[in-house]
Design a protein around this ligand. Structure first.
Ligand code: AMP
Ligand code: GLY
Length: 417
């Protein structure tokens, strides 16, 4: 079987790596891939051409789409229309992520607990409401803003500035509709589920580290590290999470937009119980890099079953133990990452016990590996328990060198320190 993975980040390298472990997979094409998606069964292919035509020409039997933007643009619909099995929702179901206004209304229609909210189409009304609103609130661009469309302001003036910014075009069309919502408190857990339109299998619950700096300080990023399984997700929380996923899938199916793909529920564990902060219509990054090394199943077979609408959740087994991922980011990330530096220490890091190094923003330049993006590498350690997994991830990271490398030193500390 030839598999096509669409995307070029750490998530896509982890997907390609896990798919390549399947004995039935002969080749994994990654469009456009990165410096890690070459060699063995992996091959980078151009990401900017006609991917449906490429998939046909290469005899692809399974497509897996990583990022949200092509899903929102209907790439999964295009593959399915061409008769190619594709793991990823169509544009209609991808609105769960692409339109926060749609997602909030969907949750309210289906009794899924989430923060109270109001949706606005113009600045004057939003500002008028804000002046009277119960405080505190969170300000969100409704559309896709590359993970930057959420502002958690310190005071009303900050909230007003954020509203003006969004309606002023800061995120283009993404900010033409703005969601103002009640600010909740509590730790966050990433719940990911492999879905076949009706049935689903939960992945081990993960915990992301979104802030750049230790102690959850500094700017928000795509994610600087992750652990799994998160000890915050008790049996009771997991049962509630499974119920939320089930109700989401049932709601989507009932509305004629069944969801095939990875449903990612961002859950906040508030004092009043779990609340859905957001949906993503795809695998998480770096959640995928922390979770897939724990998989004890044939990922290609499982995803193909999802595409065929015949997932057997019992086929999705996980190893006992735990995993931790630490991201090595370029200097200047997240605002203006510097690119082009030589990366050293890959072999030494990869040969550490229990360590896998996933590439994100890297490229091969005449056999030399260079930085090519904000998040450069994700170093994952797996072990029999959390502290061992963490120790292994950091032992691997210790060997990686490039100028100005940024990494958090406290990943997993609160859970497993
Ligand atoms: P989202 O993209 O909606 O997940 O928002 C990004 C981050 O903003 C979340 O991971 C939370 O840390 C924070 N956030 C979003 N919504 C809320 C909320 N209603 N209350 C508190 N924090 C929030
Ligand atoms: N790590 C959070 C995300 O993938 O959106």
């Amino acid at each position: 079987m030839v598999v096509l993975v669409v995307g070029g980040g750490g998530r896509e390298h982890a997907l390609a790596w896990a798919l390549a472990r399947s004995p039935r997979v002969e080749r994994v094409l990654v469009a456009p891939g990165n410096g890690g998606t070459a060699g063995g069964k992996l091959r980078a292919v151009p990401g900017d051409g006609d991917l449906v035509a490429l998939a046909r020409a290469e005899g692809v039997a399974l497509v897996v789409i990583g990022p949200e933007a092509p899903l929102a643009d209907g790439l999964a619909d295009a593959f399915r229309a061409a008769g190619l099995p594709c793991f990823g929702p169509g544009a209609a179901a991808a609105r769960l992520e692409a339109s926060k206004a749609y997602a909030k209304d969907f949750m309210n229609r289906h009794g899924i607990p989430t923060a109270a909210h109001r949706t606005f189409e113009d600045a004057a009304r939003a500002l008028a409401w804000l002046a009277e609103a119960p405080w505190p609130v969170v300000v969100k661009a409704s559309g896709l803003a590359a993970g930057k469309g959420v502002v958690v302001p310190d005071d009303r003036a900050g909230a007003e500035a954020a509203v003006r910014d969004l309606f002023g075009g800061r995120y283009g069309d993404a900010g033409r509709t703005v969601v103002l919502e009640e600010r909740l408190t509590g730790p966050e857990v990433s719940i990911l589920a492999l879905c076949d339109g009706q049935r689903f299998a939960l992945l081990p619950p993960a915990q992301d580290h979104k802030r750049l700096l230790d102690g959850d300080r500094g700017p928000n990023t795509g994610g600087m590290g992750a652990i799994a399984p998160s000890p915050l997700a008790t049996e009771a929380v997991l049962a509630q999470a499974a119920d939320l996923v089930a109700r989401t899938l049932a709601g989507l199916a009932a509305e004629g937009t069944p969801f095939v793909g990875c449903l990612f529920v961002g859950l906040m564990l508030t004092p009043a119980g779990p609340r859905v902060l957001e949906y993503n219509c795809r695998f998480g990054d770096p959640e995928t890099q922390v979770v897939l090394p724990l998989l004890d199943a044939d990922l290609a077979a499982v995803l193909a079953d999802c595409c065929a609408g015949r997932l057997d959740p019992r086929d999705v087994r996980w190893r006992a133990g735990a995993a931790a991922t630490v991201v090595a980011a370029a200097p200047g990330y997240p605002d203006a990452p510097e690119k082009g530096s030589v990366i050293m220490g890959m072999d030494a890091a990869s040969s550490c016990e229990g360590v896998t190094v996933f590439h994100a923003g890297t490229r091969l330049d005449g056999g030399v590996l260079r930085t090519a993006g904000g998040r450069v590498l994700a170093v994952t350690g797996v072990g029999p328990d959390g502290p061992t997994a963490l120790r292994r991830a950091y032992a691997g990271l210790h060997h990686i060198e490039f100028p100005g490398l940024q990494a958090r030193r406290d990943v997993g500390g609160a859970a497993w320190g």
